[in-house]
Design a protein around this ligand. Structure first.
Ligand code: NAD
Ligand code: ZN
Length: 379
């Protein structure tokens, strides 16, 4: 490759300041160092997590920064020690990695790699503590090891899943975060039984993917909970049988759900990021066997409060990053589910814009319109 080992100049969307529109800039992307890979991003989507770190209201501000973590691309070049990937491989970046060597990677239970687990405050590569992005020599920070809002980005090899090259990247890019996260939260963590009742809090792409998982598991009643009444129509396509808007009730929504189900739902999956919804999701599950799974990214100072009697009453509370999938080991198989038509992705992709219109994707998410907006790097 003509570009290997050289600095690449390309377009990236830079967040210079919290809450200010991103600016498309020409950035310099350094070659990958040991155990790193430089990836040509072809498609990237916007997830609500990017919006939280751009707003930086409940999160540590790290600026200037290149956000983005839901994407699909092709390996441009690899650094020293990388043997599993070669230029031309199709990859999905993942914000939480898999070194394959640590106790967590060796455990069947965990996907929280000791070396590469999500770190939202770090803006540099773990190898040398430096950024690979500069503008006129001034460093621009990375985001969760992926920074996909750039035509080229540098990623640790452990944060890249090598996927079937036949898989269309404009579709499977949404498996790099949101859809796998929601699906796995239900299938791998909540594990609802056939015929059970499942509540999903937050009907964005992550929540609707969790709903898809509930449908696959054979849940017979699926209750969607959202503050936005417009979300119900869309959710019906994902198997939503009942809808509850907390704003329509004077009592806490957990009480509404417990009454509707004569004692509580069998499982609840929270995909809002709102602390009150997290508490409601836990308190609405049935005594004896109910399981609640937290997926939403909370405000950094949020505190979860509930009465200990809820635990004594045999309710279980869990949480997950990336639906407990190990990115390198498990994600290629989730892509195959799409290839075998066992999982539809098209219905999650409600908007598609050229990369230069990235701020439109932010506006849509802030307005609560649509699910995923996919941006294409080639205009
Ligand atoms: P989204 O904005 O598209 O969807 C969130 C939905 O929640 C919206 O429809 C909104 O109206 C609803 N909502 C907000 N507050 C609510 C409340 N109090 N009660 C009921 N509904 C409420 O976002 P998304 O991209 O689908 O992401 C959902 C959440 O999942 C975010 O918090 C995101 O950061 C998080 N996330 C976590 C992981 C993980 O690995 N744990 C991965 C991806 C995303
Ligand atoms: Zn995400």
């Amino acid at each position: 490759m003509a570009t290997a080992g050289k600095v690449i100049k390309c377009r990236a969307a830079v967040a210079w300041e919290a809450g200010k529109p991103l600016v498309i800039e020409e950035v310099e992307v350094a070659p990958p160092q040991a155990m790193e890979v430089r990836v040509k991003i072809l498609y990237t989507a916007l997830c609500h997590t990017d919006v939280y770190f751009w707003e930086a209201k409940g999160q540590t501000p790290v600026f200037p920064r290149i956000l983005g973590h839901e994407a699909g691309g092709i390996v441009e070049s690899v650094g020293e020690g990388v043997t599993e990937l070669v230029p031309g491989d199709h990859v999905l970046p993942v914000f939480t990695g898999e070194c394959k060597e640590c106790a967590h990677c060796k455990s069947e239970e965990s996907n929280l790699c000791d070396l590469l687990r999500i770190n939202v405050d770090r803006g540099v590569m773990i190898g040398d503590g430096q950024s690979r992005f500069t503008i006129n020599g001034k460093p621009i920070f990375h985001f969760v090891g992926t920074s996909t809002f750039s035509e080229y980005t540098v990623i640790h090899v452990g944060c890249l899943a090598k996927i079937n090259p036949e898989a269309p990247l404009d579709k499977v890019c949404v498996l790099s975060c949101g859809i796998s996260t929601g699906l796995g939260a239900t299938l791998n963590v909540a594990k609802p039984k056939k015929g059970s009742t499942v509540a999903i809090f937050g009907l964005g792409a992550v929540g609707l993917a969790a709903m898809e998982g509930a449908k696959m598991a054979g849940a017979s009643r699926i209750i969607g909970v959202d503050l936005n009444p417009a979300k119900y129509e869309q959710a019906k396509k994902f198997g939503c049988t009942d809808f509850v808007n907390p704003k329509d009730h004077t009592k806490p929504v957990q009480e509404v759900l417990v009454e509707m189900t004569n004692g509580g739902v069998d499982s609840a999956v929270e995909c809002t990021g709102n602390i009150n919804a997290m508490i409601s999701a836990f308190e609405c599950v049935s005594d004896g066997w109910g399981v609640a799974v937290l997926v939403g990214v909370p405000h950094k100072d949020a505190v979860f409060k509930t009465q200990p009697m809820n635990f004594l009453s045999e309710k279980t509370l869990k949480g997950t990053f990336f639906g407990n999938y190990k990115p390198r080991t498990d994600l290629p198989e989730v892509v195959e589910m799409y290839m075998r038509k066992e999982l539809e992705l098209e219905k999650f992709i409600t908007h598609s814009v050229p990369f230069s219109q990235i701020n439109t994707a932010f506006d849509l998410m802030l307005k609560g319109e649509g699910l995923r907006c996919v941006m294409r790097m080639e205009e």
